[in-house]
Structures are given as structure tokens and as C-alpha cells.
Design a protein around this ligand. Structure first.
Ligand code: B12
Ligand code: SF4
Length: 445
């Protein structure tokens, strides 16, 4: 049997072909490959960096998709099914919208693959493929070491993605993660994590956990065992642990270069409405930044723009915060109602959604705000986000923020700063206003 794994891209540019940003190895594909019996032939195509060979012979096509890549994933799925090839869809969007996904596939894997991928393959082999597969056992994430040999020959960023846990115990209104993992937090065993890290330790590591320090004691145990490996790592966490000196010290000692933290808003009422509980106990964001910077850990701060308090002044305030605190990066993310989130349901109830399924809306462009904000128009919010993204990565801002020891106290830190900040405008421009799934029929490949 032969399986073709595919990652769908967000969009393709009509003139220049592929949008080559964020080119990291897609971990889900390496996990699926590891779960597949070795006797099965496996090939992988990444739609972000190469053509999908629709005419290559294969028994099964397995496509990963998120909300932003759903349009393109469905185009690819339809194209294979026209050729009578069986298609399976999986990933966060397939999990949150299985009934939609099945209209473009023969089968949909809902949720995590570890417990059910084997059964799906067995059923397919004996002609009994079911429409839906779901692992209801709620087992903790199986200790699979991803098969990175599937990435051979592809030109990805020199960074290894590794998971230490999945899910998050918080329930922010706009976030897909809680529904995706049924509110569970699953941890891998530290021994397995170390075993995996030994195979990729020559690269910087991005721990893709949604919230690596959700349980501080477990995080400390993990960080302690990373120290002898002498790796450099980054991850995502929430600020509920910012007063834990021991944790911060262990992060520093274990090679943490920086973390992504969702600051989301400077306004307490907005934080309450979005249920950003991890931030509510923290009185002062400058204090949070200082805590991490004191331990030589850079902060990539993300904000969601578009809650009811948002006006043009909100952008100014956040911009000033980023400059004054000399942050390595700050993302002005417009609020996105991802399907399945409480935010989506609320905006729909309040009749504020511009389109029911923006991710499939013909003509929907990357970056467009798809709901009616309270104190600003959707168009103004869209354009302020673009304006401030460019402003934050202007030469002036990049140089001002560089005046912080955290960013130049070692070569890896300096290189990370330069890459993130001086590459940002190009990344932003590459995606700005692109049609989701934007590809004409003749450019399908
Ligand atoms: C790493 C990551 C990234 C990396 C991508 C790395 C890469 N490969 O290129 C970076 C930082 C670049 C990134 C960018 C973005 N990301 Co991101 N990202 C993640 C993160 C944190 C982890 C994903 C991961 O690797 N998990 C580990 C793998 C092993 O698990 P998995 O993907 O869940 O897959 C399992 C199952 O779903 C299943 N499965 C997956 N695919 C398939 C396919 C088939 C056929 C089958 C059968 C099974 C299957 O098997 C796997 C094993 O169980 C997730 C959060 C999350 N928890 O998923 C967000 C997440 C996927 N990202 C998200 C978003 C919004 C974005 C951005 C749009 C952010 C932005 N504002 O620009 C961009 C754009 C992404 C894009 N497509 O271009 C959202 C998506 C929401 C949604 N509903 O679609 C998530 C869920 C985060 C969130 N908090 O909501 N991201
Ligand atoms: S803390 Fe982060 S990962 Fe957890 S629910 Fe909130 S936004 Fe999602």
C-alpha cells in the first residue's frame, strides 16, 4: 500500500506561485508517518513549497488542514477524488468541522491520530473504511517518536519542532485549543522527550506545546532534565507563572531563548470578556516583561485586536508598550472567530459575523476582519492591524528595541532577533491580502 501525505498551503500568489512563509517541518506528518506500518510506502508533499502531483499513483491521500488552509485542502481533496483516489482529512479544522470536511473526503479523522490511525489503515486495506474515526479513550498522548525522515530533501527552516504536551487548561474565548483537545492537557513522558531531543539537539528547538508551563512543577522537572542537553529552545506559555523565580531560573539554565506569551489586551474588562484568566491576576504587564528579561528570556507578545474596547488609541498604547519594553516581537493579531470556539458562537448569536464560513468564502483575503467590531469598522480594524505590523518592524523600531541586552548577549540571540525583526516585513507583505486558497484552476498544481 502507498500513502501520500499532504500539507495544504494558506494561499498561492497568482503571479509568483507559492507563499513560502513559516516553512517549518510539519510535525503532524512526522507523527502520522511514525504511526504507519513500515511496510507501507509513504511519500509527502508540502503544498507550501512544491507542486502536488495529482497524477502520481497512490492508494490513499492524507491531508492535514487548519481553518486557513481548509479551502486549499478541499481543492486538493476534490482533485484526487475526481481521479478515484481515496482521501482522508485530519487536523484541527477537520476535528472542529467534521461534517463539513466529510463532504470533500472519504473519511475524516477527528482529534488525535495516535489511537485510531492504525485502525483506519486496517479498515482501508480490507475495503471497510468508515466515514469518521475518533479516539474516545482520552488516553494520554502516546509516546511516538516522530519519523522526521519523511522530510528528507525539503528545504525547511533549521529548527526542530518537538512536543512535550498537548492542550491547555485555560479556556480563552477565541482559542481553538480547548475544544480541539476536549479541555484536556496531555503530557509526554520526559524520558521519551529526551530520547527524541537527542536526535535533533544540534538544531534550535521549538516546543510546540500550547502552554508549556501550565503545571509549573511538571515544567520544572522537564527543564531540569533539559539542562545537560545544552539545547537552545523556544515555546509558548501563559503569564500565570511569571512570579515563579525557580521556574524562570530553570528556563534560563535549560537554554530558553524566548517564549510567546498571549498578552491579548491592556484592558481588564476585555480580558474578563475573553476569559483570559491567566492574565487577570497580573497587575502590571511591565512587571511580567521584566521578570522574563531579568532571566535573559525574550518575549514574543501577542495581542488580539477587535474586542469591544478597541479603537485606534488601543493600537498606539500597545505599540508604545512594545517599544518601551524593547520586546523581541509583538503581533497585532486581529480577532478571528475560528469555528467551534465560544467566540464564534457568540458573534453568530449577536449577528455580528460578516460570513458564516469565512474560511470558505470565495474572495476572502488573508487579514480581513470578518465580524462587526463595536467601536470601529471592520475595514478600519483590518487596516490598522496592517499599519501597526509594518510600524512595529520599521527600521527605527527594530533598532530601538535592539537596545536590550537580552537580544545581543549571545550570537544565537542576536541572530534570532535579526531574523525575526528584519524578516518580518517581507513575511507580512507575502501574505497581505492574499486570496485564501487563492489559486486559479490552471494553477492547481
Ligand atoms: C506549531 C504551530 C504553528 C507553527 C507551524 C509550524 C509548521 N509546521 O509550519 C507556526 C508558528 C508557524 C504556526 C503558524 C500559524 N498558526 Co499555528 N499552531 C501550531 C501549534 C502550536 C502546534 C501544531 C503542532 O505541530 N502540533 C503537534 C501535532 C503532532 O499535532 P496536531 O497538529 O494536533 O496533529 C495531530 C492530529 O490533529 C492528527 N492530524 C493532524 N493532521 C492530520 C492529517 C490527517 C490526514 C490525519 C488522519 C490526522 C491528522 O494527528 C496528529 C497526531 O495526533 C498549534 C496548536 C495545536 N495545539 O495544534 C497551532 C495552531 C494550529 N495554529 C493556529 C493558527 C491560527 C496559526 C496562524 C494562522 C497564526 C497567525 N496569527 O498567523 C499561523 C498560520 C498557519 C499556517 N497554516 O500557515 C491555530 C489554528 C486554529 C484553527 N482553528 O485552524 C492553532 C490550533 C493554535 C490556536 N491556539 O488556536 N503555527
Ligand atoms: S492560554 Fe493560550 S492556549 Fe490556553 S486557551 Fe488561552 S489562548 Fe489558548
Amino acid at each position: 500500500m502507498k500513502i501520500m501525505f499532504i500539507i495544504a498551503s494558506v494561499c498561492k500568489q497568482p503571479q509568483n506561485g507559492y507563499v513560502r512563509s513559516w516553512l517549518m517541518e510539519p510535525l503532524a506528518i512526522a507523527v502520522l508517518s511514525a504511526l504507519t506500518p513500515t511496510k507501507t510506502k509513504r511519500v509527502f508533499y508540502d503544498d507550501r513549497l512544491e507542486s502536488v502531483p495529482f497524477n502520481e499513483k497512490t492508494d490513499l491521500v492524507a491531508i492535514n488542514m487548519e481553518a486557513y488552509t481548509a479551502f486549499r485542502a478541499y481543492q486538493i481533496a476534490d482533485e484526487f477524488r475526481r481521479r478515484n483516489v481515496t482521501v482522508v482529512l485530519g487536523g484541527v479544522h477537520a476535528t472542529l468541522m467534521p461534517e463539513e470536511a466529510i463532504t470533500h473526503a472519504d473519511s475524516v479523522l477527528i482529534g488525535e491520530a495516535e489511537g485510531v490511525w492504525g485502525k483506519l489503515l486496517d479498515d482501508f486495506s480490507c475495503g471497510k473504511l468508515q466515514k469518521f474515526y475518533k479516539d474516545d479513550s482520552c488516553r494520554s498522548v502516546k509516546d511516538v517518536i516522530p519519523d522526521r525522515s519523511i522530510f528528507q530533501g525539503k528545504n525547511y527552516l533549521n529548527i526542530a519542532l518537538v512536543e512535550t504536551g498537548r492542550g491547555c487548561g485555560f479556556e480563552c474565548e477565541f482559542c481553538s485549543v480547548t475544544k480541539y483537545y476536549n479541555g484536556q492537557y496531555k503530557m509526554r513522558s520526559i524520558d521519551i522527550i529526551i530520547e527524541e531531543l537527542m536526535t535533533v539537539r544540534n538544531k534550535p528547538i521549538f516546543f510546540v506545546d500550547d502552554n508549556i508551563s501550565l503545571y509549573p512543577e511538571r515544567a520544572k522537572k522537564l527543564f531540569r532534565s533539559l539542562i545537560p542537553l545544552k539545547i537552545k529552545w523556544m515555546s509558548q506559555m501563559s503569564m500565570h507563572v511569571c512570579k515563579d523565580e525557580e521556574l524562570l531560573e530553570l528556563m534560563k539554565k535549560s537554554g530558553c531563548l524566548g517564549v510567546l506569551i498571549g498578552f491579548e489586551s491592556m484592558n481588564k474588562d476585555a480580558l474578563r470578556i475573553m476569559k483570559k484568566n491567566a492574565n487577570q491576576a497580573v497587575k502590571n504587564y511591565d512587571f511580567v516583561v521584566n521578570q522574563y528579561h531579568r532571566h535573559n528570556i525574550a518575549i514574543y507578545a501577542t495581542f488580539v485586536m477587535g474586542y469591544d474596547d478597541t479603537t485606534a488609541d488601543t493600537f498606539k498604547e500597545i505599540y508604545r508598550f512594545g517599544i518601551e519594553n524593547k520586546l523581541i516581537y509583538l503581533a497585532f493579531n486581529h480577532l478571528v472567530p475560528f469555528p467551534g470556539t465560544p467566540l464564534y458562537d457568540r458573534l453568530k448569536r449577536e449577528n455580528k459575523l460578516k460570513y458564516d464560513r469565512w474560511w470558505l468564502e470565495p474572495g476572502y483575503r488573508f487579514g480581513e476582519v470578518v465580524f462587526k467590531p463595536e467601536n470601529i469598522s471592520a475595514e478600519e480594524l483590518t487596516s490598522l492591524c496592517w499599519e501597526y505590523r509594518y510600524k512595529f518592524f520599521s527600521l527605527n523600531s527594530n533598532l530601538k528595541r535592539l537596545a536590550n541586552k537580552v537580544h545581543w548577549s549571545s550570537l544565537p540571540r542576536f541572530l534570532t532577533y535579526m531574523m525575526l525583526n528584519f524578516g518580518a516585513k517581507r513575511e507580512i507583505t507575502a501574505r497581505k491580502g492574499l486570496l485564501i486558497g487563492g489559486v486559479q484552476k490552471d494553477r492547481l498544481g
